[in-house]
Structures are given as C-alpha cells and as structure tokens.
Ligand binder design. Sequence first.
Ligand SMILES: [Zn+2]
Length: 208
Amino acid sequence: MMLLAVLPLTVCYFDLAGLPPSIHTAARDIAARIFHKAGVEIRWQEGRFGCAGVNQVTIRVIRNAPRRPVLEEGSVGLTTYARNGFSDQAMIFADRLDMVSWALLQSSATNFSGPSWLDFWRGVVLGASVAHELGHLLLGPGSHSKSGIMKAVPNLYTLMHTYHGWVRFDRAQEFRIQLEVLARLLADAGFDLPGQPLFRCDFSEGVS
Ligand SMILES: [Zn+2]
C-alpha cells in the first residue's frame, strides 16, 4: 500500500572514520534505492554536525564500536537515543564493518572473493547497514524481521541480494515508514498531531 508517491527524508551523514569516498557513494546508492522502493526520497547532507529538524535523522560512521552496550556478533550499527519521542541518531562502526566485510570475503564462494573485493563488500555492508539503521530510526521498537533489510544479521546471500536491489522493507514496514516520515514532515510544519509521534523510539537498542 502506497501512501504517497515520494516523501522526502533528510539524512545527515557524517564519516568520522575516514573511509574512502567511493565506499560511501556505493553505500548511499544502495540505501537510497531501498528507500525509494519504500516511497521515501533520501536527501543526503554531509558535514560534522547533527541536524535540527524532526524530519532529519543522523547517521555517523565512527571508527570503533563501544564497549557498552556489547553488540552481538555480526552487528555493525547501533540506534542510540531519541529526542522528543522521535529517534534521530544512529551509528555505524567501521571496525565492525571491516570485520564483517573480511568475513564475507573469506566465506564467499562467488566471483566477489579475494582481497581486491574488500571495498566492494565494505560498500555493500555499509549500504545495507545504513538502510537497516534508518529502518530502526523510523520503525521504532521491535522492527527486526525474518527477511528483508530488517533481518537482524544479514548473511552473504542477503547482502548479495541487497547489492542487486532485491532486498527491501516488507509492505507493512514500507507503509509504516511512510506514515512516520509524513508525521515528521507535519511536525516540522508545525502541526500538533494527536498521539504524535506515530512510532515512539524512546529506548536504546543494539542493532545489526
Ligand atoms: Zn537491527
């Protein structure tokens, strides 16, 4: 079910880990493609400082995962905290990104194996992780699913399918994402919606 054709969402995207720009380009293309299928147009904004609007979320790529909370094996990112009920920030950890990418290289039985493919995998894993974390920011608690981009820990085939554009949010998730973005747009426009926000994220959750 499609609520509207396309809804804009600003994603403030900061690289504090110093990854090669080509990895970010590949990752943002993958994430944008997944959200386009969900009816949301991502407007990337780069820099070093966070965003101020409700319909603006922040992704920070940082060097190392924290000691607390302890992330589960295979987890690359973390959705951390909320502001006024709207969760607005998530982090991706470059050390976890490299760990997963190397593991994929070593386990891959495809033509995408070997050290020269490391940056390819880093782009795919980062893109899937960005889309996944944005999903957590917009969908709220309990938003993992058994398949699709919200699968807790994607395997090789999920990531290959992500690269090919075959992995997305499920229909119900896409509808909820559109409602959430619409609520954020209305909040930014000054509307005080009853029961707002539609999906509260007033907790901390470790995510993959
Ligand atoms: Zn997750």
